[in-house]
Design a protein around this ligand. Structure first.
Ligand SMILES: Cc1ncc(COP(=O)(O)O)c(C=O)c1O
Length: 372
């Protein structure tokens, strides 16, 4: 029996998801747009997201093989790219069986590849259609200094690949500052990757969401769309990001209302003190649900068409909100913590974090309810 008592939930708008995908895809008409669904689709439920996109998307990307296997168990048979590549030598066999593409970034992975039945790999490659994204993905470090072969090693790495692997090469790199329109770094990184692409006459993938939105010259054979797919702009609100619609709306209900006198305090540590007689609404969401514990007093909450500020510390299961000035407020009314009315960027700012972290931290105990 599936019975839910608590009303706290993340509503996932799958129509918004699909329209975000189509919009971003239309900005880069010569590129294949990969949907990045790692970290449970940035907290949106990867299986639901992948099902909603499966007839539009030819390649999903996840962080590691376990996430890809979870998609297969959920009935997704689309090609999947593993962004961190193999974590173990045996991952090659798993990838081969399940049609995953492994992004290789280090010499130890090349050794594993060579050890993994290279003939079988060649045979399979020969049978692939030329536009099949199950290709030889190599990650190149063009300046992020996190993951990837150094440019000086690329020739040595490629020389170890078979002819058919070389003929299916996709060189991939990652921007460190693509959201900064005035940074010189993105074009410098792109130039390094494109020089290799010209040398090896191969395909490439550079752009993440901010790359797609800010740097059209970085649109490659494959773009890797993450955050903007979920309707959140990595570059703030501009004409180009304006059509994005937030996919997740996080809501919870008011479970108590009481009035406190001037001078009384609210919540753990007595850190907030009423300067007037104050009506406090207690809402059923807390840091165990992924709402940030360090959300400061003043963080906005949307209730009955109006905004009210958080007061006092965020607890494990509850927050407290000053609803004195609201026209109407009742037990069981729904509050939106972020979504279409409260920008997640504003909550992130009040909590000294970023939208990516808030989305991916929504915890398992918050049901993801899809709207389609
Ligand atoms: C290698 C790689 N590509 C693409 C993405 C998607 O980036 P974004 O969510 O900024 O679009 C990520 C996300 O972290 C990533 O690590």
């Amino acid at each position: 029996m599936s019975y839910t008592s608590r009303l706290t939930q993340a509503v996932i708008d799958l129509n918004a998801l699909v329209s975000n995908y189509q919009y971003i895809d239309s900005l880069a008409s010569n590129s294949n747009t990969i949907a990045v669904v790692k970290a449970d689709a940035y907290g949106h439920d990867a299986i639901k997201v992948a099902h909603a996109l499966r007839d539009k998307v030819s390649l999903f990307a996840v962080g590691f093989i376990d996430e890809a296997l979870a998609l297969r168990s959920g009935g997704i048979d689309t090609q999947i790219l593993i962004l961190e590549g193999p974590s173990k030598a045996t991952d090659f066999a798993v990838a081969d069986e399940h049609n995953f593409s492994l992004m290789l970034h280090s010499d130890y992975q090349i050794e594993w590849l060579k050890a993994f039945s290279p003939n079988a790999f060649d045979q399979k490659s020969v049978n692939l259609p030329t536009d099949n994204p199950s290709q030889m993905w190599l990650k190149i470090d063009t300046g992020m200094n996190r993951l990837g072969f150094q440019i000086s090693c690329v020739e040595r790495v490629i020389s170890q690949l078979s002819q058919s692997q070389q003929s299916q090469l996709v060189l991939c790199s990652h921007f460190s500052t693509a959201e900064q329109l005035h940074s010189d770094k993105p074009l410098a990184q792109l130039a390094k990757l494109k020089a290799l692409v010209a040398k090896y006459n191969c395909k490439f993938s550079m752009a993440n969401s901010a790359g797609i939105l800010n740097w059209s010259e970085s649109h490659g054979d494959h773009n890797r769309l993450g955050l903007a797919l979920y309707g959140i702009s990595p570059i703030g609100i501009t004409d180009i990001s304006n059509p994005l619609v937030p996919v997740m709306t996080l809501t919870a209900n008011i479970i108590a209302i009481h009035t406190i006198k001037t001078g009384e305090t609210v919540g753990y540590g007595d850190v907030w003190q009423a300067k007037r007689e104050t009506k406090i609404a207690t809402i059923a969401i807390g840091y165990a649900d992924g709402y940030p514990r360090n959300a400061k007093a003043g963080t906005p909450v949307f209730i009955n068409g109006e905004i009210a500020p958080i007061v006092g510390r965020v607890s494990m299961d509850m927050i407290t909100v000053d609803v004195t000035d609201l026209l109407q407020v009742n037990i069981s009314d729904t509050a939106e913590l972020w979504g279409k009315n409260i920008s997640i960027d504003v909550v992130a700012k009040y909590s000294d974090t970023i939208n990516y972290e808030l989305l991916t931290r929504v915890s398992k105990r918050v049901p993801k309810v899809s709207l389609s």
